[in-house]
Design a protein around this ligand. Structure first.
Ligand code: HEC
Length: 440
């Protein structure tokens, strides 16, 4: 008996080992065995780099300016809950639009688990959507008005949404900003280093004319101001003071930028991907091609693709379908070339973006993801290759410790309407707030 049991034991181990070498990657990970950390994200309103250094940040402007860590003061175990609630309570200067956000949650708990093997880092995120009955995978569309295809829908805080032109429509996103120690101050102040007055939806938002007249914005051909790191400006508190393209190229070559990776419920999930971007003088996408591209033909001003009626149940949809069915246009799945003579009627809507896993390429296509929404909760496994050598990536390696900030866009929000975390450390097999364990 003893002998047989031993033999059986050996053979079971051998079979298990064989299976594991075949089934590798995220599918092979037993997440029940990977420790989970709860990261609380809070609603930051317009708490910019500049606000934090002003007298309005009561008694803390000097400490913040000299680079103290946010959590050196904001250290209550329930700090994020307290702060998010305060900012949304209706009279806080950091949220001038609190009146239209009644009922909004001040914080969100995100479960984070981390694992790695020889090839990849895996981050598994779990969170409950604010609306328990909706995954937040909708995105604004192009609506036919009888003559033209015009943008329809926007985030909750957009002026046209507030004016009642359409309901709030925007995709959920889970983002990670990552520093390998090269961006001065990120370890202490995290994402707030990149959040400035003058940016989209922020205080003193730059006008189109101001942006058009700015040398850096002209050089990078951008029409608005987005996240930037302090080192990209001669005065970090003034978006106008951009350094020269040569100086910015030098910073990039020295690794002075942040990786910014976003999983998107609408524009990346069905293509099995997550964006790969970086923050330096702007929030840039990495080189190559994203998992999503515009569905509008620049010349004809008409959509490029429509739905395959046999697969989607119609060649287009209407406003009433938002929130009722899954509306995601994917090449090779439910998309066919747009037919201008298909008898379009006023009110028909088509997607603003079309997805394709096959078209995604280069550094922009490095990150993969698998996301499912069930019982009011998203579970997303985000996959990042180790050791990337692209000039716009932070190469991750076993033994490395990184500074990270998390952001979640939920409840039809984009831009600043997200929940964010104070900075955490992420260790790949090394001691940190969130520790990735070796698997496979
Ligand atoms: C020297 C201590 C200190 C440091 C460092 C500090 N804060 Fe504060 N912070 C405060 C105090 C005090 C308040 C005001 C609380 C009040 O008005 O009741 C505050 C207020 C805030 C608020 C407004 C909501 C609230 O809780 O009142 C935000 C948001 C905030 N801080 C974020 C940050 C961030 C982000 C950092 C790091 C970049 C930071 N703080 C660094 C002390 C600090």
């Amino acid at each position: 008996m003893k002998r047989r049991a031993l033999i059986a034991g050996v053979s079971v181990t051998a079979i298990a080992a064989g299976c594991m070498s075949m089934a590798t990657g995220p599918q092979a990970i037993d997440w029940n065995k990977v420790p989970a950390t709860t990261v609380t994200l809070f609603y930051p309103g317009q708490s910019s780099y500049e606000w934090l250094r002003s007298d309005a940040h009561k008694g803390a402007s000097r400490e913040t300016a000299r680079g103290d860590a946010c959590v050196s003061c904001h250290d209550d175990p329930k700090e994020e809950q307290i702060q998010g609630r305060k900012i949304l309570r209706g009279d806080h200067p950091l949220e001038p639009q609190a009146a239209v956000l009644k009922g909004k949650n001040g914080h969100v708990d995100v479960g984070v688990q981390a694992a790695y093997d020889d090839k990849n880092l895996y981050l598994r995120y779990q969170w409950k959507t604010h609306d328990p009955n909706h995954p937040g995978a909708d995105y604004p569309g192009y609506r036919f008005d009888g003559k033209e295809w015009k943008a329809y829908g926007h985030m909750r805080l957009h002026k046209d949404t507030l004016a009642g032109k359409f309901p709030p429509i925007y995709e959920n996103r889970m983002s990670l900003m990552l520093d390998d120690g090269k961006v001065s101050g990120f370890a202490q102040q995290g994402c707030w280093l990149t959040c400035h007055d003058g940016e989209r939806d922020m205080a003193n938002e730059a006008s189109k004319d101001e942006v058009a007249a700015n040398p850096l914005m002209m050089a990078i051909k951008k029409k608005d101001v987005r996240k930037y790191i302090p080192a990209s400006r001669t005065d970090p508190s003034d978006w106008r003071s951009g350094k020269s393209m040569e100086e910015i190229a030098t910073l990039k070559a020295a690794g002075e930028f942040l990786d910014l990776m976003q999983w998107r419920a609408h524009r990346s999930n069905k293509a099995g991907g997550a964006d790969d971007g970086y923050v330096l003088e702007y929030r840039n996408f990495d080189g190559g091609k994203n998992h999503f591209s515009s569905n509008l033909d620049g010349k004809t001003k008409q959509p490029k693709f429509m739905f395959d009626a046999a697969k989607f149940g119609g060649k287009s949809f209407t406003a009433a379908d938002y929130g009722k069915k899954e509306i995601i246009l994917v090449k090779g799945v439910n998309a066919v070339p747009f037919d201008p003579n298909a008898g379009w009627k006023e009110g028909d809507i088509l997607s603003q973006y079309v997805l394709s896993a096959a078209d995604a390429s280069g550094s922009a296509a490095d990150n993969k993801a698998i996301g499912t929404w069930k019982d009011g909760m998203w579970t997303v496994v985000f996959i990042r290759p180790l050791g990337l050598a692209n000039p716009d990536d932070k190469p991750l390696k076993a033994g490395g410790v990184y500074n990270v900030g998390f952001a979640l866009h939920d409840d039809n929000m984009t831009g600043r309407g997200h929940h964010v975390s104070y900075v955490k450390t992420l260790g790949i097999g090394a001691k940190a707030d969130i520790q990735a364990v070796k698997v496979n």
